[in-house]
Design a protein around this ligand. Structure first.
Ligand code: GLN
Length: 241
């Protein structure tokens, strides 16, 4: 494919808990498998966020790092512009909460998010920590059918508004907060609580992001090592029930 897909990794030093930087490595790897050339812009706090990326990736973070990232993204405005231009976004945990209307800061005060997903986040009674398994909605817009596996660790309870659909429905774990829905999606913007890293455990999500970027549905490429990892993690959850 002739197009170079521009990937922007947003503030990996603030938003990169639980190996979420691995999502960008996975995107590079899966793009190469499909013969797609990518460029990766690792944007540090204080650097300019590009408005012309094809895929934005935001990971998870501690409460204070999350607030700092949200403030810098507000000031920049470039992520909103990128989304308006049709970019795809994968946002994990803190990144997901930042994309919503509001989330709670480290002191429990509401902070404003970017409003790119119609969700708001308050607090869970008990922190959600552990393996998370969810099924994408069969009629949903994600284009993904494979069961999703990941790891969650968050204190936020995310409530979905009418402008988004759940990304998936929870089979095991907490997800958005009540143990039924996981993440949110609107168009090409995905928010999820799946660490893992998400794209290493769920290559079909990476293939969907790349499909949007190149405007062509990529066929899933099976890799034995990834299948073995998925099987091991999913079996672990079934056995611990
Ligand atoms: N600070 C947020 C919370 O605890 C997000 C945590 C994370 O990104 N893992 O809800």
């Amino acid at each position: 494919m002739s197009k170079t897909v521009k990937i922007a990794s947003i503030y990996p030093t603030l938003l990169g808990t639980y190996g979420d930087g691995g999502n960008v490595a996975a995107l590079r790897h899966i793009a190469a498998l499909h013969g797609i050339t990518v460029s990766v812009d690792e944007v540090s706090p204080g650097q300019k966020v590009p408005a012309n990326a094809d895929i934005y990736v935001l990971g998870g973070g501690e409460d204070t790092a999350q607030s700092a990232a949200a403030a810098a993204l507000h000031a920049s405005g470039a992520l909103a512009e990128g989304v308006k231009n049709g970019a795809a976004v994968l946002s994990i945990c803190a990144g997901y909460q930042i994309l919503g209307h509001t989330f709670l800061d480290a002191e429990g005060k509401p902070s404003s998010g970017l409003g790119l997903l119609d969700v708001t986040t308050d607090r869970l009674e008990k922190r959600a920590v552990g393996e998370l398994v969810a099924h994408p909605l069969s009629t949903g817009p994600s284009g993904i059918s494979a069961v999703l596996t990941g790891y969650e660790n968050h204190g936020g309870f995310t409530h979905l508004g009418s402008g988004v659909e759940p990304f998936a429905s929870v089979t095991s774990g907490i997800g958005n907060g009540d143990g039924t829905t996981e993440g949110a999606i609107n168009g090409r913007v995905i928010g999820t609580y799946l660490h893992g890293p998400c794209l290493v455990r769920n290559p079909q999500v990476a293939e969907q992001l790349l499909s949007w970027a190149v405007d062509c549905k990529l066929e899933h490429i099976v890799e034995a090592e990834v299948e073995a990892l998925r099987r091991e993690r999913l079996d672990f959850v079934s056995k611990s029930r």
